[in-house]
Design a protein around this ligand. Structure first.
Ligand code: AOF
Ligand code: ZN
Length: 355
């Protein structure tokens, strides 16, 4: 029975997908005598929390809330943020039982909400459909639990494991798959590429949905992109651009860069350092689009969780660019886990995790 109502809360939570960054997807369902009285969801960043939406739905018949049960996918908050604490709304409404999908790993909550409810004599049950509930906010959970952004590496390759012709923009997948990738980007808070990709492809790196904080990140040790002020990422101001470089002599160039571009100097552009800096900006997830050297750097750093590969029925051969290549010597095979395979148009999509 608990599972049935929690499933309904999960479905409600999905309504906010892509619109709540950096807040989680949350759904809530109020039940009394096995009957659903109200459903709520967190629909946009900064907006009302799911619990409050469901409670407010019954504002004209508050007596219905007395002795009811609220199912909520994430532990109710107990802090004053952009919204008032949901614990207080639950207590004031006279709700008798709270069924929670998962504890909120965000340190501003993490157990405080559950404690507050129990201190007020409310019965709290934790962990119903926990795995499904955790899947709603994979990146959010990862970020707060591991204290670094979730990283997915994405590549489109030919049948011979190549990425592109030498120094040429090379389209491997169909327009349909390109659109799917743009939609996939919308599940992440940042896209990351190397300077070679910027110089060869001149992409805008925008996502299909642009109404949430979204970053475009460029790793450019030698500061090569600064010599090309007409690049699409400089012209398109719809999302901030962060450029990581080892070139400290950028002050003159930085003055002439558009306002949406920020340069971050690191003595050495190490993947772990880059991720620390992105984490400090509360970026919970990064979609790494290559090219070959950037992917290889992530591979060797072990700072990644998922590899998404699109295999197109094309052959490049010759001196074309190999996927994930560098001069680094390797002696062991990296095997992926939890592999899923899907056919998209004439392309095969393979997703696997590092652990
Ligand atoms: C949400 N929606 O339905 C729930 C959240 O700044 P605030 O007040 O919006 O608080 C954001 C935090 O509140 C969020 O990171 C999470 O820890 C907690 N619960 N947040 O945006 C919700 N229940
Ligand atoms: Zn809340």
């Amino acid at each position: 029975m608990h599972e049935r109502f929690m499933k309904k809360a999960i479905l409600a939570a999905e309504k906010g997908r892509g619109k709540t960054f950096t807040n989680p997807l949350v759904g809530a369902v109020i039940v009394k005598g096995n009957q659903v009285l109200a459903v709520g969801a967190h629909l946009a960043y900064g907006d009302a929390h799911a619990e409050k939406v469901a409670i407010d739905y019954l504002c004209n018949t508050p007596e219905k809330l007395l002795n009811s049960t609220i199912y909520v996918t994430l532990e109710p908050c107990d802090h004053h943020g952009k919204q008032p604490p949901c614990t207080e709304a639950i207590i004031a409404a006279g709700i008798r039982q709270v069924v929670v999908g998962q504890v909120d790993p965000n340190p501003i909550v993490s157990g405080q909400g559950i404690k507050k409810l129990r201190d007020h004599g409310i019965h709290v049950l934790v962990g119903v459909l926990e795995e499904e509930v955790r899947n709603l906010n994979r990146h959010y959970n990862y970020f707060f639990e591991k204290k670094r952004p979730f990283v997915a590496l994405k590549q489109a390759i030919s049948l011979d494991g190549k990425l592109a012709l030498l120094n040429q923009r090379t389209r491997l997948t169909s327009e349909y798959v390109v659109q799917k990738v743009r939609e996939e980007r919308a599940n992440y808070q940042a896209i990351l590429v190397g300077s070679q990709t910027i110089l060869t492809d001149n992409p805008k790196l925008t996502s299909a949905i642009n109404d949430f904080p979204f970053y475009r990140v460029i790793l450019d040790r030698r500061g090569r992109v600064f010599e090309h002020e007409n690049l699409a990422v400089f012209q398109d101001e719809t999302a901030p651009v962060l450029i990581f470089t080892e070139q400290s002599e950028q002050s003159e160039i930085c003055r002439t860069l558009p306002k949406h571009v920020e340069v971050i100097y690191l003595p050495k552009v190490l993947i772990s350092e880059v991720l620390t800096k992105l984490g400090e900006r509360l970026i919970q997830s990064v979609y790494v689009e290559g090219g070959a050297k950037i992917h290889d750097a992530f591979l060797s750093s072990a700072c990644w969780e998922e590899l998404i590969t699109y295999v197109a029925p094309k052959i490049l051969g010759g001196d074309s660019v190999a996927s994930m290549s560098s001069s680094r010597h390797v002696e062991k095979v990296t095997e992926l886990n939890n592999v899923t395979i899907q056919a998209l148009d004439n392309t095969i999509k393979i997703v696997g995790s590092r652990v």
